[in-house]
Design a protein around this ligand. Structure first.
Ligand code: THU
Length: 118
């Protein structure tokens, strides 16, 4: 989260994926002067995971400061879905404390995933 590039929103987000291999992949949000081109922390972490040779998310932690929980945006729920298992867990924290735990199924019920295309 401290490494985030977020000069436009000033909302820094960090993400860490625990993959099936046991390795942990991190990411942060990377904003852009052309606002829609910015990248969420979860997307950065997923890219790192794929580059590391992993394809399954056991758990993903998302950290951001604010009164409201820093839950993954809708697009990132779908990005996580692509590499999720039936038991993928999402941990929501601020810079100090774990504030909420949810399954991906809770955050994205009746989701559309790779199996829908087979
Ligand atoms: N952001 C994330 O990185 N992950 C989320 O799931 C929610 C939002 C970032 C995107 C943008 O850089 C900033 O937070 C404000 O929306």
């Amino acid at each position: 989260m401290k490494l985030a590039y977020a000069p436009y929103s000033n909302f820094q987000v960090g993400a860490a994926i625990l993959s099936e291999s046991g390795r942990i992949y991190c990411g942060c949000n990377v904003e852009n002067a052309a606002y829609p081109v910015g990248c969420c922390a979860e997307a950065s972490a997923i890219s790192a995971m794929i580059m590391g040779g992993d394809t399954r998310i056991v758990a993903i932690a998302v950290a951001g400061i604010g009164n409201a929980l820093c839950t993954p945006c809708g697009g990132c729920r779908q990005r996580i879905r692509e590499f999720a298992t039936d038991s993928t867990v999402i941990l929501i924290s601020d810079n100090q404390t774990l504030r909420h735990t949810a399954t991906l199924t809770e955050l994205l019920p009746l989701s559309f995933g790779p199996d829908n295309l087979s």
